[in-house]
Design a protein around this ligand. Structure first.
Ligand code: TTP
Ligand code: MN
Ligand code: MN
Ligand code: MN
Length: 396
C-alpha cells in the first residue's frame, strides 16, 4: 500500500470550521494530547451529554488537522472550533504533560464500566447507564443479567461472539497503564478486510451478476486495521436491488461465511407502515443503523484459517453490508467512508452553505426536495461546492 498517512512539509494550518474543508491525514504529531482529550469526549458521550461531546469532537478534529507538534498555546488559540475549555485543557497538558480530568476518568469505576458495556454490540450509552444503575458493571455481570431472562435476541447474540470480537489485543495508542481498561475489539488487518470483501463480491457474482462494491470505513481512509468491514455495493442496472440484501445474506449464511445476523433493515421502505414500526420497537437496533435509508445487513462473518488460501484467520468479524441503488451509489460511498466528524460536517455544510441535504442515501435540494443524481465520487464534492478530498485525507 502506498497511501500517504502523514503530514508533509508546508502543510497549511486548518482554517475552516468544517472538517470537509480541511485535509486530515491518519497520523497526527499530537497523538498523546488528542488521546487525553478524546477520553473526556468519550465520557460526555457515555453520560449522554451530547452537546458537550460534539463540541469536544469538533475541537479535537480541528487539532487533528494541525500539522506540527503543539508546543505553545499561541499555535492553537485562534483555530476555529477550539474554545476556552479545550484551550485550558491543552494549556494544562503543555505545562504538566497530563490532563487531570482524563486521568481521573480513566481510573473511575463508572467510566470503565460504561466503556466496557458499550463495547458489546447493540449496547449504547443510554442502555449502559441503565445497566450500571441496576448494578451491572462489566460484561460478566451483563451475561448473568441476560441469563436471568433479560434483554433481547440481538444482545444474546452479541454476548455469544463478544469474546471472539474482543480477543486479547490492545489498541496500541494507549499507554500501557491504561491497557487493562481500553481493550479494543481485535482489529482487522487490511489483507483480511480485502479477503472478506472478495468473499462478498464472489457471492454477489452468483446472486446477481454485474454488481460492484467499494470497501469504505476506516479501511478506505488508510487505517492499517479496522474495527469492522464496511462493504457498499450496487447493481449494474438501476432498480435491480430489490431483495438483494436478503439473497446475499442467505447465500453467505448457507455458505457458513455469515455466522450471526444482528439485523437486516430497510429503513427507507415504508417507514411508517405498522409492521416495520412494530418490528423496530420490538428489536433493539444497532445505534448506527438508521443514519441513512439504505437497505443493509449488520452481520458477523468468519473466513476459515486454513485450506482455502483466501486470507482468512478463523476469527469472527463484524461486517456491514450496505446496498445502494445505482443513482445514489457514490453518495453512499462518500457517506460510509467517514470519518464520523467528516460526515457530520458534510451534512452541516450541505444544509447551511448549499441549501442541500446530504447523507449516504443521496443528495437533495432542500427548496423542493428534488433529488440530484451523481455518477462519481468527485461529482458529490463538486455539487456540494467543495474541493475534492481523497479518502485518506478525511481522517478528521
Ligand atoms: P464505522 O464502521 O462505525 O466506523 P469506521 O469504519 O470509520 O471505523 P472502524 O474501523 O472502527 O470500523 O462506520 C463506517 C462509516 O460510516 C464511518 O466512517 C462514517 C459513517 N458513520 C456516520 O456517518 N455516522 C455514524 O454514526 C457511524 C457509526 C458511521
Ligand atoms: Mn456499541
Ligand atoms: Mn468500519
Ligand atoms: Mn461499520
Amino acid at each position: 500500500d502506498s497511501i500517504p498517512l502523514h503530514f508533509t512539509p508546508g502543510w497549511p494550518v486548518p482554517n475552516s470550521r468544517y472538517a470537509c474543508k480541511r485535509r486530515t491525514p491518519l497520523y497526527t504529531p499530537n497523538e498523546p494530547l488528542l488521546t487525553a482529550l478524546a477520553v473526556i469526549m468519550r465520557s460526555r458521550e457515555l453520560e449522554g451529554e451530547d452537546r458537550s461531546a460534539l463540541s469536544y469532537a469538533r475541537g479535537i478534529s480541528v487539532l487533528k488537522a494541525y500539522p506540527r507538534p503543539i508546543t505553545s498555546l499561541s499555535q492553537i488559540i485562534s483555530l476555529p472550533g477550539v474554545g476556552p475549555k479545550i484551550t485550558a485543557l491543552v494549556e494544562q497538558y503543555l505545562l504538566t504533560g497530563h490532563i487531570s480530568e482524563s486521568d481521573i476518568l480513566l481510573s473511575s469505576e463508572r467510566f470503565r464500566a460504561l466503556e466496557a458495556l458499550t463495547k458489546v454490540h447493540s449496547v449504547g450509552s443510554t442502555t449502559a447507564r441503565a445497566l450500571y444503575a441496576k448494578g451491572v458493571t462489566d460484561v460478566e455481570e451483563l451475561r448473568e443479567w441476560v441469563g436471568m431472562g433479560n434483554g433481547g435476541e440481538v444482545l444474546r447474540m452479541a454476548l455469544e461472539i463478544h469474546e471472539d470480537l474482543m480477543v486479547r489485543c490492545v489498541r496500541p495508542r494507549f499507554p500501557s497503564t491504561q491497557r487493562s481498561l481500553i481493550k479494543g475489539v481485535c482489529r482487522i488487518p487490511r489483507a483480511e478486510v480485502e479477503a472478506i470483501a472478495r468473499k462478498v463480491q464472489a457471492a454477489l457474482d452468483v446472486v446477481l451478476p454485474g454488481c460492484t462494491h467499494t470497501i469504505c470505513g476506516g479501511y478506505r481512509r488508510g487505517k492499517p486495521t479496522s474495527g469492522d468491514v464496511d462493504v457498499i455495493f450496487t447493481t449494474r442496472e438501476q432498480g435491480g436491488e430489490q431483495g438483494l440484501v436478503e439473497k446475499l445474506v442467505n447465500y453467505l449464511s448457507n455458505d457458513r461465511f455469515i455466522t450471526h445476523i444482528f439485523g437486516v433493515m430497510h429503513p427507507g421502505h415504508n417507514p411508517f407502515s405498522s409492521s416495520s414500526h412494530t418490528r423496530s420497537k420490538l428489536r433493539p437496533q444497532h445505534p448506527s443503523s438508521h443514519f441513512d435509508t439504505l437497505s443493509k445487513a449488520l452481520v458477523v462473518c468468519r473466513l476459515p484459517a486454513e485450506g482455502t488460501g483466501a486470507g482468512g484467520t478463523g476469527l469472527h468479524r463484524r461486517l456491514d453490508l450496505i446496498c445502494a441503488p445505482r443513482d445514489v451509489y457514490w453518495c453512499a460511498v462518500v457517506g460510509w467512508s467517514g470519518s464520523k466528524q467528516f460526515e457530520r460536517d458534510l451534512r452541516l455544510w450541505a444544509k447551511q452553505e448549499m441549501g442541500m441535504k446530504f447523507d449516504s442515501s443521496g443528495l437533495t435540494r432542500l427548496r423542493d426536495t428534488q433529488p440530484i443524481y451523481v455518477d462519481s465520487e468527485q461529482q458529490v464534492f463538486e455539487l456540494l461546492g467543495l474541493e475534492y478530498v481523497p479518502p485518506h485525507l478525511r481522517n478528521a
